[in-house]
Write a protein that binds this ligand. Structure first.
Ligand code: WTA
Length: 626
């Protein structure tokens, strides 16, 4: 573990000078079944990234078996249910190992084997983490789909990866609501011909419909034992697929592989959070997102930490649930998203003060830029000016944290993610693709691969090359803009493409537009993000309808329903404006920059609009806005 600023500087210098030697040394701390022959195989002109070439391992042996000798009775997963009256569960490393092995045998008994894709659509219960690890145990590739996605979105993801099995639950508890997961899964499976087995966990005990491929989880589990040797995996065998939005309609199935992903998530978890043996670490994300994969499941478990899984939401039963849970379990590390902080900041600080938060040592932020107000509120009311805040910048594609301070070790700076991790060569580019030196603002790019960079987009390597490596040849293009201060600290300014981060969720505008265009009355639509106090960004939709005389409130309602149905409730537009046209260039391209300014109410910052095909439409939208 890096323990001082000088050690950090030394590690960064070593990693820059000799990346292979540096990562090779880091990787040697783990348990391998066969050593690698080459540390990195990569060439920017034909991006096929391979780390630890020829190495053999199983990540679950590093998460579980390795800790059995030293700390079998330490809590691995601490589960806090949605309902505060339900007892929390402390699952030890020994018990977790046993349950993962047994679940792995259940998957095998139902036909799963190495290389198969298994879709997981489950609530935030321990069995979700166990299912993820069980897949990894047998070498099946997990594809977790966030349980807030709709049947259409779920089906698209199952079909894209040709999954042969679906793991789901009867339902899920979320605050005061229950979500009918099995019902949504049933609807999705109607159009998924590759799935031949659906294992259903009982969580809510609600009544469900039963189909020929369905089996109850608890019944299947009883039929198998808990002896399951780990499958031998190559470093570059896929570990999982996780879908993220792109600027075109189709979600991208990012593929992460066993060796590099393990090494990098473990290294960054250890150094960023600086967890000590008796600490209790809580990341509030959902395992349906990359943050949950890397920093609830794999990173903490490889390090032998205690990781908390929370089933509920910050507002249930009241807006102090996070703080109540922190006090109850004496949480030492708390890692959440700016959108949650902003939502909680709106409530009286007495809700925080009434709980004993003295166990907290480190706070973290992830998912979007954290604004100054939220940063200071977090620092003052939660951290009592006593906890370093790590603002961690990274992406589904990067697998692990690329830019962040190390808690209490390297300096923090409000609203800045600060410095890159050792081995991560971040640069700023101008529009021509030239590197900017010193202080400045530009496009964030990375010069050298790190071990957990996504290896491909499932089934579409060309798209992978195009999206990440062709915009600026010789660099990984992240899609974010950033500025850099004189000390080299980075502040992320936001996306530079057609992805909008709403409440920390990555939403592509194109798939939302496609959903809206399905409405029979809609001729054309454009979706843009605009600043929002709590969500960070909200979505504004401009729609052209066939008949301007129709009642727009009905269309608005139907549009929201259509988006919820095709993508999920998280993508529902906040504002819908029915307009007679969209501002376009003479070549017919929608001027999203202008629509963004209009949605943000920045009417006087539109720049020159005289070159538009239809400048009069801008005046019309301005009138509607005011
Ligand atoms: C944004 C989440 C500013 C960014 C781990 C990135 C951030 C996208 C930060 C990836 C941060 C994430 N500061 N922006 N600390 N962390 N982002 O794939 O725009 O869900 O490209 O991964 O979130 O979102 P994703």
């Amino acid at each position: 573990m890096i323990k001082s600023l000088s050690e950090f500087k030394q590690a960064s210098a070593q990693a820059k000078e000799n990346p292979d030697g540096f990562w090779s040394e880091v990787a040697s701390e783990f348990q391998w079944k066969a050593p690698w022959k080459q540390t990195l195989d990569f060439d920017f002109s034909n991006p096929e990234v391979k780390w630890f070439v020829g190495g053999k391992l199983n990540i679950t042996e590093n998460c579980l078996d390795r800790h059995l000798a030293t700390q079998p009775n330490k809590t691995a997963i601490l589960f806090e249910p949605n309902d505060p009256a339900e007892a929390a569960q402390h699952i030890t490393y020994k018990e977790l190992h046993k349950r993962v092995c047994q679940t792995a045998n259940m998957l095998k008994a139902n036909g799963a084997k190495k290389g198969d894709r298994i879709c997981i659509y489950m609530p935030m219960v321990p069995e979700l983490a166990i299912a993820v690890l069980a897949c990894a145990r047998i070498g099946a590739i997990h594809s977790v789909v966030f349980a807030g996605f709709s049947a259409t979105a779920l089906a698209a993801r199952i079909n894209d990866a040709s999954c042969s099995m679906l793991l789901t639950a009867d339902g899920g508890f979320r605050g005061a609501k229950t979500i009918a997961l099995k019902e949504i899964a049933d609807e999705a499976l109607v159009s998924c011909s590759t799935v031949n087995c659906c294992l259903v966990l009982q969580r809510t005990q609600q009544v469900v419909q039963w189909n020929s491929i369905d089996k109850w989880w608890h019944e299947e589990l009883e039929k198998v034992d808990d002896n399951c040797p780990a499958e031998v995996m190559d470093s570059e065998d896929p570990l999982f697929i996780l879908y993220t939005s792109g600027s075109t309609g189709k979600p991208k199935g990012m593929v992460h592989t066993c060796g590099g992903y393990m090494v990098y998530t473990a290294y960054t978890f250890k150094n960023v959070f600086q967890c000590q043996p008796n600490d209790v670490y809580w990341c509030t994300a959902d395992i349906g997102w990359i943050t949950g994969h890397s920093y609830i499941v794999y990173g903490p478990l490889v390090n032998g930490a205690t990781t908390v899984m929370f089933e509920g939401v910050p507002s249930y039963p009241a807006f102090d649930r996070f703080w109540e849970v922190c006090a109850k379990h004496k949480i030492t590390h708390f890692y959440t998203a700016p959108t949650a902080i902003r939502a909680l900041e709106k409530h009286p600080t007495s809700l925080v003060e009434k709980h004993d938060l003295s166990s907290l040592k480190v706070l973290g932020s992830v998912g979007e830029p954290i604004n100054a107000e939220a940063w200071h509120w977090y620092d003052e009311h939660v951290g009592k000016h006593n906890c370093p805040i790590v603002d961690t910048w990274w992406q589904t594609e990067t697998g692990g944290i690329l830019i962040s301070s190390l808690a209490g070790v390297t300096p923090q700076k409000p609203t800045f993610a600060t410095l890159p991790m050792p081995g991560v060569q971040v640069v700023l580019l101008n529009n021509e693709g030239d590197e900017i030196e010193g202080e400045g603002e530009g496009i964030l790019a990375i010069k050298h691969p790190w071990p957990s960079i996504a290896r491909t987009i499932w089934g579409d390597h060309e798209r992978y090359k195009n999206v990440y490596f062709s915009a600026y040849p010789g660099y990984y293009f992240a899609g974010d803009g950033a500025l850099r201060d004189a000390e080299g600290n980075y502040r992320i300014t936001g996306r530079v493409d057609d992805v909008v981060i709403v409440s920390g969720h990555n939403l592509g505008t194109a798939p939302i537009e496609n959903a809206i265009n399905e409405h029979p009355e809609v001729v054309e639509s454009a979706v843009v993000g605009y600043p929002h106090d709590i969500k960070g960004n909200a979505l504004c939709t401009y729609v052209i309808v066939r008949d301007m005389g129709v009642d727009s409130s009905i269309i608005e309602k139907e549009i929201r329903e259509e988006v919820a149905k095709t993508i999920g409730p998280i993508a529902k537009p906040d504002r819908i404006l029915v307009v007679s046209g969209l501002p376009k260039t003479r070549s017919g391209k929608i001027m999203r920059r202008i629509l963004r300014k209009l949605a943000a109410g920045e009417h006087d910052q539109l720049g020159d609009i005289s070159t538009l095909l239809n400048p009069e439409i801008v005046e019309e939208i301005k009138r509607q806005n005011s």
